[in-house]
Design a protein around this ligand. Sequence first.
Ligand code: PAF
Length: 284
Amino acid sequence: MQTVHTRQQLKSTIRSWKEQGQIVAFVPTMGNLHDGHLHLIKAAKQRADRVVVSIFVNPMQFGKNEDIDAYPRTLEQDSARLALLEVDLLFAPAVSEVYPVSLDKMTRIEVPGISDVLCGEHRPGHFSGVATVVTKLFNMVQPDIAVFGEKDFQQLLVIRTMVRDLDQPVEILGVATVRESDGLAMSSRNSYLSEEERKKAPFLYQTLREMIEAIRKGNVSYLELEESAAKKLENAGFRPDYVNIRNANSLQPASIGDHALVVLAAAWLGKARLIDNIAVTLKG
Ligand code: PAF
């Protein structure tokens, strides 16, 4: 595996692949790789001749009081895992390589509507930071395919919308959430959980599953389901930012008659902000 740190090195390698007509798949990450990332990379390998992975903890998507300093950085360990998976190229740029000017002077991409609800409401500017860095990385890597996890359901929708609206020439592939054996969705932020909190953490997914079961059985009292789920989480020691049943395409509150639904939650457990979701398509 080749590791590069500059745009220049990245471009010359990718140019030579493109000249040979090879298909390039790209998996953008912030590092601290877990099995969830490995599934994204495997999906990329199945679809392309070459796989590029980036590791970049993007300052633009973190709010002022968020965990950018604490965010786990494990480049050496990540690089060894990627080499074992026979990834072709690791791009690990410094902040100054991606943002040569200060962040407040940078052009930003906004994806209105879909970015302003749920996590966007609790993390103002977050999705603009994601959309901007993903666009910059797409421009640098020029992939044919880019792979993202469905665990970040809203992020995936923001990226799909951006690619459609800006005619970005890349196919977006979503990959199902990878879970621990007790159901907890894999995430780099799970490392913030204490032993005690780690035992409680799967309750988030369990709560979403109960909501989905009720919806499948025909319960359309969405507000009541949301309120009772939030209470259950609070009683179990979580601090929910939101637990919502939404239209899976617009992320607006679900209406009776909507077929494509998604139940999404973000909740704090100690220092970890956990997010999870389950999508469902109702028949009829
Ligand atoms: O999902 C992530 O890890 C990040 O939001 C991404 C897509 C790599 C952009 O920084």
